[in-house]
Design a protein. Structure first.
Length: 378
């Protein structure tokens, strides 16, 4: 198997798996218990929080553990509208957000909120000018992802923060940084955001782990009520094995980020050049600003058919976000691609273990696909 779908999920790093196993079999106490095993577990939790905070470039008290990116995004949207409930009922987001942001916004629309969806240009990037035009005195939330999960396009989050400050807007700024964390350099303070979401299984940690950054000073309300864990904001016994794995993966990612970024940037450039040279008719939909994601298309060849064809030959690529489950991508639709190009889009996402030889093999497979498969009509 040759795996080119690291934007969907990643293999758990051995160090992260070892950290989780140690927590499950040795440091397995409940952090809320008062005896030594529980006290030790609570101490470990504090250490893990600091590890994740160092990788993010923030304070430990600003990190709240979650079950992943979807929960973090939902929490951020709900928290922002709650805090702004006396200021307005207008939200700005983008048409290319993950469903974990779009679906909560759709629900809020049903509750009477007004949501403005910023559309990207042909490169897959939204424009700050459009945000400025959409901003209103009653805007309470701007949610803009850092790196698009289907194109790799970097969005102008820092510029959005500058605009909000210049306009003295009361809106909170949230960014889904799931695909940007440990792939591109940033800190929450450097971006100027109030809320920021990360996910563990995108960086070599376990599924079911993640974190939400809450800027110090925000008067947050509980997401889950109960025993008061996560400083009263997210009750429930902590998922200590997942948290240990997240901390281990975040620490390793921080140490290796510069090396991995350089390697992935080089590999992606080689891949795009190889695909264009070796596969007649192939179109580059987005070269991606992030080092690990690009989008290509075989116009006339439906992507779902190509994905299955490649899978039968041992290649793992996707037609977009894994959350689409075969449905048409709202991201590519928002970019106003021609139907042939849009229907043939493939997302290729790289990991540190991928090689040029594997890229060559994929290029050859794509060429063979265009020869073996029958193009769609129209």
């Amino acid at each position: 198997m040759i795996y080119f779908d690291h934007a969907a999920t990643t293999r758990v790093l051995p160090e992260a798996a070892q950290a989780a196993m140690k927590t499950m079999t040795e440091d397995y106490g409940n952090p809320s218990s008062l005896y030594q095993l529980g006290v030790q577990a609570a101490k470990r939790m504090g250490e893990h929080r600091e590890q994740v905070a160092r990788a993010l470039g923030c304070q430990g008290e600003e990190v709240y553990f979650t079950s992943g990116g979807t929960e973090g995004d939902n929490w951020a949207v709900a928290l922002a509208v709650h805090l702004g409930r006396h200021k307005g009922r207008h939200i700005i987001t983008t048409a290319i957000e993950h469903a974990a942001v779009l679906q909560p916004c759709k629900e809020l629309e049903r509750q009477g909120y007004e949501v403005t969806y910023l559309h990207p240009d042909a490169s897959g990037r939204v424009r700050v000018e459009d945000l400025e035009a959409a901003l209103r005195p009653d805007t309470v939330l701007v949610s803009m992802m850092l790196v698009n999960n289907e194109t790799g396009a970097l969005q102008p989050v820092a510029q959005a923060a500058q605009l909000l400050r210049r306009k003295q807007s009361a809106a909170l700024l949230h960014t889904d940084a799931v695909q940007g964390f440990l792939k591109i350099p940033f800190t929450p303070k450097g971006l100027g955001v109030d809320l920021l979401t990360i996910s563990g299984h995108k960086i070599g940690a376990m599924k079911g782990s993640g974190a939400l950054y809450l800027r110090k000073g925000l008067r947050a309300v509980p997401l889950i009520r109960g025993g008061g864990q996560e400083r009263g904001l997210r009750s429930g016994t902590e998922a200590t094995p997942q948290i240990a794995a997240l901390a281990a993966a975040a620490s390793l990612g921080r140490e290796r980020m510069e090396e991995h970024t350089a390697a992935l940037t080089d590999l992606k450039a080689y891949a795009l050049e190889t695909f264009q040279r070796g596969v007649p008719g192939l179109a580059v939909v987005s070269p991606g600003d992030a080092p690990h994601i690009c989008a290509i298309s075989l116009p006339g060849y439906p992507s779902q058919v190509v994905v299955r064809w490649l899978s039968d030959r041992g290649f793992c690529v996707s037609s977009g976000s894994a959350c689409h489950r075969g449905k048409a991508s709202h991201v590519y639709a928002a970019m106003h691609l021609s139907k042939g190009v849009r229907d043939g889009v493939l997302r290729i996402s790289f990991g540190p273990e991928n090689t040029r030889q594997e890229v060559d093999q994929l290029a050859q497979a794509l060429l063979e696909a265009t020869r073996d498969l029958v193009p769609a009509r129209g």
